[in-house]
Design a protein around this ligand. Structure first.
Ligand SMILES: Nc1ncnc2c1ncn2[C@@H]1O[C@H](COP(=O)(O)OP(=O)(O)OP(=O)(O)O)[C@@H](O)[C@H]1O
Ligand SMILES: N[C@@H](CCO)C(=O)O
Length: 293
């Protein structure tokens, strides 16, 4: 079985734990029946013993394969990782969604994306990465009980993501601890109103107003202080024509949305100014996770 799952950028500024979209940077996994458990890993994290063991994938795969098939079998797993790890591009969501998709496929259970998404919520409790990882496109998502309720909008092919991937990681768990437990009404309204406005802009393809809509007062600046160069990354991207420039998920990556015609110029200005960071120009993804036997 072959599984392909995209990277995702969550929050998009004010849409904390709610908004996210998928980009065309994919992890691929091949799963084959085998006499013994065996794993191979290429790409991101291949030199990291913890990632090579991939206990996150294996524990979710095994738990769900057993639940669905009633059996414990051995497999060979071949991982090709392209999503940078712990950089805010949804690497953990990609592992969760791939492991669930693999378990359903290998157990021979009919594949239903809504069910994969609801199962993924058991492993990642905010829906803004898992939803686009499953569905592709731009997504608004909320959680009620143990279910994700979400709406997807396909992204047009004339837009690009210019992503800036710093050389240092920020773990989501740590990046959530720097946020306050309580927020003032003014900062809550500031972000709430922009998240709603931004959703309307995405739904109506009104890209030129995103600069205002993508500002945030809930999490972004508080987290960027952990890596102050990010303020300059944002300034540089906006100066060179990005439609919006936001911390991707919990960081450290910065996500910039741009018209295709401007994307390379923005990327080059970022490469020139931040030679220590990786800069990718990526298409947006509308497919989400895909599988084939
Ligand atoms: N390809 C992978 N193989 C094995 N484990 C992985 C892989 N990708 C991610 N992980 C696991 O997920 C953890 C990173 O999750 P974390 O939520 O901190 O980052 P992220 O998902 O990249 O960022 P964000 O949620 O902000 O987008 C890693 O420490 C590792 O345990
Ligand atoms: N909404 C999440 C995304 C990262 O997983 C956060 O900002 O912590």
């Amino acid at each position: 079985m072959f599984i392909s799952v995209p990277a995702t950028s969550a929050n998009l500024g004010p849409g904390f734990d709610t908004l996210g979209l998928a980009v065309d940077l994919r992890n691929e996994i091949i799963i084959k029946p085998s006499k013994f458990l065996s794993l191979s890993t290429h790409g991101e994290g291949a030199d990291n013993p913890k990632i090579k063991k991939n206990s996150l994938f294996l524990s979710i795969f095994n738990e769900n394969y057993k639940r669905l098939s009633g059996r414990m079998d051995n497999f060979r797993f071949e991982f090709t990782n392209r999503i940078p790890i712990s950089r805010g591009l949804g690497s953990s969501s990609a592992v969760i969604v791939a492991a669930l998709s693999g378990a359903y496929g290998m157990a021979g259970v009919k594949y239903n994306k809504r069910e994969i998404l609801n199962q993924a919520l058991r492993y990642e409790h905010h829906p803004d990465n898992i939803t686009p990882a499953v569905m592709g496109g731009f997504n608004v998502a909320c959680v009620e009980g143990d279910r994700v309720y979400s709406k997807k909008r396909r992204m047009p092919d004339y837009l690009r993501a210019v992503v800036v991937v710093p050389n240092r990681t920020i773990s989501t768990a740590r990046s959530r601890t720097v946020l306050p437990k309580m927020y003032r009404k003014e900062e809550t309204v500031y972000s709430l109103s922009r998240a709603a406005y931004m959703t309307a802009l995405f739904m109506s393809e009104s890209w030129d107003l995103l600069r205002i809509a993508s500002k945030d007062k809930l999490h972004q600046a508080r987290r960027m202080k952990m890596m102050p160069e990010l303020f300059d990354v944002q300034k540089t991207a906006l100066k060179h024509g990005a439609l919006m420039s936001t911390l991707s998920g919990s960081g450290s990556t910065f996500f910039n949305l741009a018209y295709e015609k401007d994307a390379e110029k923005i990327a080059q200005s970022l490469r020139d100014r931040f030679p220590q960071f990786r800069v990718f120009v990526l298409a947006l993804d509308n497919n989400g996770v895909t599988t084939r036997n």
